[in-house]
Design a protein around this ligand. Structure first.
Ligand code: NDP
Length: 242
């Protein structure tokens, strides 16, 4: 059995990634923070895709929760390792910098950037020992271009992009690849308060994307087919950033 962990797998883009990865035969570890009902729905859809999975509840921004959850999985599965890690969990708390509160800064940096660090550091060791691993980080157009009202989110995602490029160089010799996918506007809970009608006028493909369209690229980078791609950031944004 080959194992993949998807952080933030209960909803949106993470759920679509779980389902797509399941269809390629992976056992899916579905991480979520609090929405167990949604996580169970993802698990149901993983099973419908012909594979198996399990829920793994932890807050990616909490180092001890990450280490406890992953440590106890490894203890129960001493002969296995997680060969695919999709760092997808993320939140946004938008405000102009001048009005931004400490909590809005801290929450977004901790969940998006610290979460990437804690989870990746824990799982990397086994990937290196087994000389195979795939790490895909879900970042954002905001981390490439910078978006006003999102300096916390832009900084966190740009931070992960830098880390993706650096880590790719650290671990390439062990056949571990590290890449990022940068979605534009994708129709999920995260974007449900946005005015799609207005925003789509600026998108060459004239619509928001679907989570499945992001999952396709993520799963390609997580596959053996992407064996000579590392340190890359691939945009899935309908042509918005050009
Ligand atoms: P959603 O808000 O739909 O889902 C967020 C997911 O992340 C949920 O599964 C949620 O779990 C989980 N999550 C949030 N905080 C934590 C945490 N601290 N620990 C563990 N899990 C957590 O988001 P999207 O699917 O839209 O976004 C997924 C990723 O894509 C994010 O990184 C986001 O920044 C990025 N992205 C999204 C874009 C979009 O347009 N939608 C555009 C660009 C990037 P729970 O259900 O338990 O709350």
């Amino acid at each position: 059995m080959k194992y993949a962990l998807v952080t933030g797998g209960s909803r949106g883009i993470g759920r679509a990634i779980c389902i797509k990865l399941a269809s390629t035969g992976y056992f899916i570890l579905i991480n979520y923070k609090s929405n167990e009902e949604a996580a169970l729905e993802t698990l149901e859809q993983v099973r419908q895709s012909g594979s198996e999975g399990q829920l793994m509840k932890f807050d990616v921004s909490n180092r001890s929760e990450v280490e406890d959850a992953l440590g106890s999985w490894q203890e129960k599965n001493p002969d296995d390792y997680i060969e695919v890690l999709i760092n997808n969990a993320g939140i946004r708390k938008d405000a102009l910098l001048i009005w931004m509160e400490n909590q809005q800064w801290d929450d977004v940096i901790r969940t998006n950037l610290d979460g990437f660090f804690y989870t990746t550091r824990y799982l990397l060791k086994e990937m290196l020992i087994h000389k195979y691993g795939r790490i895909v980080n879900v970042v954002s157009l905001s981390g490439l271009k910078g978006l006003p009202g999102q300096i916390n989110y832009s900084a966190a995602k740009a931070g992960i992009i830098g880390a993706t490029k650096a880590l790719a160089q650290e671990v390439g010799k062990k056949s571990v690849t590290v890449n990022a996918v940068a979605p534009g506007y994708i129709r999920t809970d995260m974007t449900k308060d946005l005015d799609e009608k207005e925003l789509k006028q600026h998108i060459p493909l004239n619509r928001f994307g679907r989570p499945e369209e992001v999952a396709e690229t993520v799963c390609f980078l997580a596959s053996e087919k992407a064996s000579y791609i590392t340190g890359e950031v691939i945009s899935v944004n309908g042509g918005l950033y050009t």
